[in-house]
Design a protein around this ligand. Structure first.
Ligand code: ADQ
Length: 476
């Protein structure tokens, strides 16, 4: 047993390996809300982050980064294929997102998922101090809470699911559904993005295990498990600060100038994922051009599609479909030097991203299903002058927080098209009122509030423990 008082367990470590020309490896911290939110807590408690380092083969030795111990877990090439790309991303991911794409099940994938979860649980059981707090993240590691509790009943265990949790009928399709449910019930607190997801989970304990949930709680072997919603957010202050820099303002102007000063710039920024509704968004834009309700070059679209899961079949096929649609729109509606859709299959740093957000008149966030969607929140935080308009899918968790967005149903093409036009033609006053209200909300409900409320619900007192240097109280 080691002395780690506070442990985060996630599929990936919060760093990426950078290998130079001589083959030397260094680590670059990967930016992201989760890291930002958890960093102070981890630093204050000599915290440990357990996760995969992102490459196949033997795990690197544990190392320190900004006062946090990073503990890499090994994954073989075969496990990356079966546990990660297979069961996590081709079985669970589509099923949990309302099966908007058909899910694939393979028995060998499950075996690997089980084994990798067991490896994470074993590493964690070895590292945790008596009574330590462990916070497990996301759908790749749903068996870890149960496996860890078996090995270390003294720990206080939290689990947070970043993606939606499906209704009972869909979850029931999952092979090994019982093991997964029991795995999650190993936690003291199971957190979700939205209240409905927590309700789905509690209903399932009744349906599948015959338990009797009461309110947010269900009793499992004399132990009380709480299931509740903790909507994740962004580091609002950091986003506002970047958006307020001269560099970003200048770059936003430059982008508008480079596009020929259009009246309306529509923007989409997503991982290239079939849940994000990129295809339906492009289709809506094409039909609006077809109908003559929009016209190039007065209206243009920028679609940033971050490369993602490029070895999973459904993602390869999606990329082909999206690129074909972009080609079709540009072929039909572009002019020499004036494409209708600017398609960028690239990653950008946060300054460029903020400049794109600021340059855009209408941000189109139209997922068919999404746990939260941080892009919508980042866009709002970047609107220093409250000028832009957010079109937001009702099926994104963010719709529960950003109530003043132009809400649309992306499964209804007519509604989506109308939403685009309404947002593009809304008065400056209307847009400003909406944006102000959403920015106020995000200043209060930022990512550190999210982490704090989860940890408080897990029983970590706010004024001691994780929020101040020193040790955490024991779990009893
Ligand atoms: P994701 O599905 O990855 O997250 P999202 O919440 O939008 O979706 O986060 C994407 C992040 O990547 C944003 O912070 C965004 O700035 C960044 N990003 C996107 N495109 C980029 C690009 N081209 N270059 C650089 N950065 C880019 C999952 C769930 C979501 C949930 C989050 C957090 O699917 O529903 O909101 O986890 O819980």
């Amino acid at each position: 047993m080691s002395n780690a008082q506070f442990i985060v367990v996630a599929n990936r470590l919060p760093v990426d390996a950078v290998v130079d020309a001589e083959g030397n490896r260094t680590w670059r911290r990967s930016p992201g809300g989760l890291v930002t939110a958890l960093e102070p807590v981890l630093q204050a408690n000599r915290g440990t982050w357990i996760g995969w380092a992102g490459t196949a083969g033997a795990a690197p030795e544990p190392f320190e980064s900004d006062g946090v111990t990073l503990l890499p877990v090994e994954l073989s090439e075969n496990e990356i294929f079966r546990y990660y790309e297979g069961f996590s991303n081709a079985s669970l991911w589509p099923l949990y997102h309302d099966a908007v794409e058909p899910r694939v099940f393979r028995r060998s994938w499950w075996k690997s998922y089980y084994e990798v979860n067991e490896r994470f649980a074993e590493v964690c059981a070895r590292e945790a101090a008596p009574g330590a707090v462990v916070w497990i993240q996301d759908y790749q590691l749903q068996l870890v809470p149960g496996m860890l509790r078996e090995r270390r009943p003294d720990l206080r265990i939290g689990f947070f699911l970043h993606i939606p949790f499906p209704p009972v009928e869909l979850f029931m399709q999952l092979p090994h559904r019982m093991e997964i449910l029991k795995g999650l019930l190993g936690a003291d607190l199971v957190g979700f993005q939205r209240p409905l997801a927590a309700q789905n989970f509690l209903a399932l304990t009744r349906h599948l295990l015959g338990y009797r949930p009461r309110g947010h709680y269900v009793t499992v072997d004399d132990r009380l498990v709480r299931a509740d919603a903790f909507p994740i957010s962004i580091d609002t202050a950091a986003n506002e600060e970047v958006a307020g820099t001269e560099r970003v303002r200048q770059r936003a102007k430059e982008i508008r100038a480079e596009l020929g000063e259009p009246e309306t710039i529509f923007l989409g920024v997503d991982r290239l994922d079939y849940t994000k509704g990129i295809e339906v968004r492009l289709k809506a834009f094409r039909e609006l051009l077809e109908d003559g309700r929009l016209e190039v070059p007065k209206a243009v679209m920028i679609q940033v599609a971050t490369p993602s899961r490029e070895r999973v079949d459904q993602y390869v096929a999606l990329r082909e479909r999206v690129e074909r649609e972009v080609g079709r729109i540009n072929g039909e509606y572009g002019q020499v030097g004036l494409p209708a859709v600017h398609y960028l299959h690239q990653s950008f740093d946060r300054y460029e991203l903020a400049a794109l957000y600021q340059a855009a008149d209408v941000m189109a966030v139209t997922p068919l299903r999404d746990g939260m969607n941080l892009v919508a929140k980042e866009y709002v935080a970047s609107q220093a002058d409250n000028r832009g308009a957010l079109v937001l899918s009702e099926f994104a968790g963010a719709a529960g927080d950003l109530r003043q967005a132009f809400l649309v149903n992306p499964h209804d093409l007519t509604d989506l098209k109308d939403g685009f036009v309404t947002a593009a033609t809304a008065s400056a006053d209307d847009k400003m009122k909406r944006m102000r209200a959403m920015r106020r909300y995000l200043r209060k409900h930022d990512v550190s509030r999210w982490a704090r409320s989860f940890l408080t619900a897990l029983g970590v007192p706010e004024r001691s423990a994780a929020y101040n240097p020193g040790s955490l109280p024991s779990a009893d």
